[in-house]
Design a protein around this ligand. Sequence first.
Ligand SMILES: Nc1ncnc2c1ncn2[C@@H]1O[C@H](COP(=O)(O)OP(=O)(O)OP(=O)(O)O)[C@@H](O)[C@H]1O
Ligand SMILES: [Mg+2]
Length: 455
Amino acid sequence: MAHILVVDDEKDIRLSLRGILEDEGFEVDEAESGEAALAYLEDRTPDLMLLDIWLTGVDGLEVLTRVREGAAPPPVIMISGHGNIETAVSAIKKGAFDFIEKPLSLEKVIVCVNKALEFNSIRRENIALRQRLTSSQVHQLTGQSDGVALLRGQIERVAPTDAWVLITGENGTGKEIVARMIHDSSKRGDRSLVAVNCAAIPEELIESELFGHEKGAFTGADSAQAGKFELADKGTLFLDEIGDMSLKTQAKILRILQEQKFERVGGRRTMSVDVRVIAATNKDLMDEIKEGRFREDLYYRLKVFPLTVPPLRERVEDIVLLIDEFVGRLTRMHGFKPLRFADSALAALTRYTWPGNVRELKNFVERMLIMHGGDEVRIEDLPDEFTRSVAGGESTAAGSIPAGVVDFKAARQEFEAAFLRRKLEECGGNITRLAESIGLERSYLYRKLKSYDIQ
Ligand SMILES: Nc1ncnc2c1ncn2[C@@H]1O[C@H](COP(=O)(O)OP(=O)(O)OP(=O)(O)O)[C@@H](O)[C@H]1O
Ligand SMILES: [Mg+2]
């Protein structure tokens, strides 16, 4: 529910505004002076302000000016006394959303408040959309494998709930995309997703990075600065590489995550925030707990809704789709000449284990677009690592080819039969799975098996 700050030095006005706004379901805070309003605004940003123009001390126009200097200022509705229309107009020029005159018509207040909130949410949505359009990242999961379908379903279910999510998966599997998809389709989607890479921040800076600091808190702190928690208020905090955080930082984080309250480094004021946390790691946190490197209580706090992004080698059917997607995307973005991959090349790419997962695949496609002049990539055009896995298989199996086999064709048949027997066994006798895992078409594979009399 929207949060409204009412600034007026007349107690009666504050109370009557609080009454009608709370009846409408809004949360209301009050400030009785310009100074109190400015102090409040240092800690948090309301969704809307009702601001009296005439205040003793720091007056309404000055407060308005300061509010408008903020990074994402809330809409401000000025409250003007009799005969203050000129001042009210100058407030509009300074960026106030609208003004209402005393004596207050309650009906007018509600209409004006709703209009301002609606305007603000459209504006925020616009900004978020623009950010999404201009960012080079496309937050969408390409793939038709069961693993990706399952993941999409889970994302859809968890996104609107506000539950905390822990995403686990190997390097480059798409954890960050998943986090951004959850944020984008959540009710916080028009707010910011603030990402923190826990592995990249030196231990001594992490507190200031997360909680911010006051001016002079440490050498070099020339001005006060908001931390990631504050920046993520009402939005999502993405704690990436959470498994790489020191135990000391984990202890601090745990307290803040539980209370959603903290102090800036060198500050005494306690700040409250409302953040949804999505954490990600490529480590097995259960192992880390056993080794004493990760706090069990933090693990359970974060793991309200666990999601696992499967490695690419467990969803080989996505490889060709991903290649198409990246060729298309990079061609559009950088004007590369389109590139096709011959079936033999695709088969080899499907057999490769992709230890760097989708990121490795994306980089590979980019490399091929840059390096490859022609319009079709054949198997012999692929870098060594993609064909080595096949050659490796051959050489192990070659040891099992009887010494008497000297003819090339016979050797190949011996190898193929041994290879297919072993792989079929690995796939539990399931021909469809075998076809997928070795990158052969099912009917072709079926004929092969028959010709070698393998059942
Ligand atoms: N299913 C997918 N469809 C399209 N692009 C994807 C997919 N999965 C990953 N990518 C792309 O692959 C790259 C790596 O993804 P991402 O950064 O989300 O992985 P990660 O799991 O966070 O990796 P790391 O563990 O290294 O941080 C990104 O460029 C991302 O856009
Ligand atoms: Mg990542």
